[in-house]
Write a protein that binds this ligand. Structure first.
Ligand SMILES: [Zn+2]
Length: 72
């Protein structure tokens, strides 16, 4: 076990050893947002990161990270 800073809110938490670098609170929020984005992309498969950011009000850095992690 190690303590790391959450990449979203920068709070220190115990890292569970997965690739996830988010605290429980941010991971929870993120899973809700991720579901919204997936839903949105089903309706609009060619949406750009900018469109996702503007239509769903999600910071582009999060969207870019999801793309990199192949989650969307
Ligand atoms: Zn956090």
């Amino acid at each position: 076990m190690e303590l790391i800073n959450c990449i979203q809110c920068h709070e220190i938490f115990v890292h569970s050893g997965t690739a996830e670098q988010l605290c429980a609170k941010c991971a929870q929020q993120e899973s809700v947002l991720l579901r919204e984005v997936k839903h949105y992309l089903r309706r609009k498969p060619k949406a750009t990161i900018l469109e996702i950011q503007e239509d769903l009000n999600i910071p582009s850095n999060i969207v870019i990270r999801w793309k990199k992690e192949n989650r969307i």
